[in-house]
Design a protein around this ligand. Sequence first.
Ligand SMILES: [Ca+2]
Ligand SMILES: [Ca+2]
Ligand SMILES: [Ca+2]
Ligand SMILES: [Ca+2]
Length: 315
Amino acid sequence: MNFIKNILGVLVLSGVLLSCSSDDDTGGTNVQLRDPEEVKIENMAEIEGFLQTHFFEFVDNPQNPNFQKFTFDTIAGENSDKTPIIESDLLGSKQVIQRGVEYTLYYLIQREGNLQERKPTFADSTLVTFQGITIDNETFDTNPNPVWFDLPQTVRGFYELLPELRGSSGFVENGDGTLTFNDDFGIGVVFVPSGLGFFASPPIGSPIKRYQPIIFAVQLYKSKEADHDQDGIPSFMEDVNDNGRVDDIPEGDDIGDDTDGDGLPNFIDRNDDGDSVLTRDEIIINEDGTIEFPDSNGNGIPDYLDDTFPGDSNF
Ligand SMILES: [Ca+2]
Ligand SMILES: [Ca+2]
Ligand SMILES: [Ca+2]
Ligand SMILES: [Ca+2]
């Protein structure tokens, strides 16, 4: 069942999903979404409660060595002596700001991955397997076959884990067309508050409840730097407002990620400033792969983001 592939694949813009679903749920009448800050406080208490009351085990899977499984259980009865996740040396956290709300995102790094391999950026393509688990410890999907994910199309709580991991040093091809990766790929788990997950709009048919935190256990085998619009600028460098997302729509004081306001965020726009010259022709890519951003008229704005240079006089 490729359920998770579908649910991750459809979450292109959580804002769009939120507005769609509030209409869908009610046949068009307005549903008041809950206050994200209030939901966050509840979710963080749930997640921290889970980390305090549960331990984890990493179970070998002889049938598929590339897909070892994480299991969680409560610290009680015969498991009273287990170490709660919150005390694990493998537990880390980072602060993530999404739509003005600051979240603490907890994650476990079971194994970082091969140190010679690159860490993906938040906007890259990644070859992964994963399990999805609700905070009620119910598995809502397992996807044991490696699949390429375009991180900007996944929920933020998922893609924020990937830059903490590295891929494997290689693989062997089995006779049947499958691959077995060397046992040095990255393995991690992330505990996702709903504001960085599905919020009010869990995928239809899944056991995830509205506003419920979820957990992803992820294996990273390989990653590729993405340049979605092939304009020569890697996608992670097209996060104009520098907030860890590439698809922001301008809102109030926030310039968003769409310089020319044509509805295409820069990472999928080949002409970022909408003038007469494509982005690729307004930057310099050196032989060693480094990129220069000329500012020909010296106004402090690089040419590729400056619609006054050379301007649209040719049109
Ligand atoms: Ca952004
Ligand atoms: Ca644009
Ligand atoms: Ca672009
Ligand atoms: Ca320009």
